[in-house]
Design a protein. Structure first.
Length: 223
């Protein structure tokens, strides 16, 4: 398998693991899962709550939420009991971290000696690489080929650590940022203007990070 295909396959597998673990835990806790998206972009296939999209570079889990779901006129008194935002704070903190925990577990199982360093260094590498996709990111991706040369399992373990670091960034659209905001927010059911702006800017930053790295990976693989 070529390095390009290995990268794409590893990213798709890790995205599927991350989203599936979150969805399974949510269902286990009695929270309604609206949709599990594997990838981004146009929909290729839809089966029940699962949605396969064109770009296999991530994923998302949509949960029932009283702030966004329209309450039916004839709704039962317990209509909101299976919504994510009505759960205890501990659940709302830990659920977004569950998929990240799965990624970290994969990193340590597949690369026990290098997983911690790869995770810790990943925070700075993600940011600096996005800021310089044609130089710094190319150097970092060149280093990643060493893991690929050791086999698919090593590449999967390395990317698992980097994706865990990405999702732990303190952006509210990321699992780590969402957990942090939930932990610190004294009024989780209020939606003031500052919170809306925070989510909007966080979403744009996440899109910018992802776009920069997609460009960097495309340039690297096209060489």
């Amino acid at each position: 398998m070529s390095l390009a295909l290995q990268f794409i396959a590893a990213i798709a597998l890790l995205a599927a693991l991350h989203t599936t673990v979150m969805a399974m835990l949510a269902r286990l806790l009695g929270i309604t899962v609206r949709e599990v998206s594997l990838g981004f972009g146009p929909t290729l296939l839809s089966m029940g709550i699962f949605c396969l999209r064109a770009l296999p570079f991530g994923g998302a889990v949509m949960l029932k939420n009283t702030l966004t779901d329209t309450k039916p006129h004839d709704a039962a008194p317990d209509w909101a009991d299976d919504a994510f935002d009505t759960q205890p704070r501990a659940v709302r903190v830990l659920l977004p971290l569950s998929g990240i925990a799965a990624l970290i577990a994969v990193a340590f199982v597949l690369r026990p000696d290098a997983a911690w360093g790869s995770l810790v260094n990943g925070f700075a590498q993600i940011v600096t690489g996005a800021l310089s996709p044609f130089s710094t990111a190319q150097h970092l991706l060149g280093g990643a080929t060493h893991a690929g040369s050791l086999g698919f399992a090593a590449l999967l373990g390395m990317l698992a650590a980097k994706f865990a670091a990405l999702n732990l960034l303190p952006l509210p659209t990321m699992g780590g940022g969402q957990a942090l905001l939930t932990l610190l927010d004294p009024c989780p059911h209020d939606q003031p203007r500052w919170k809306e702006l925070l989510m909007q800017w966080s979403a744009w930053l996440a899109i910018a990070l992802g776009a920069a790295w997609i460009v960097a990976i495309g340039v690297f693989l096209a060489r």
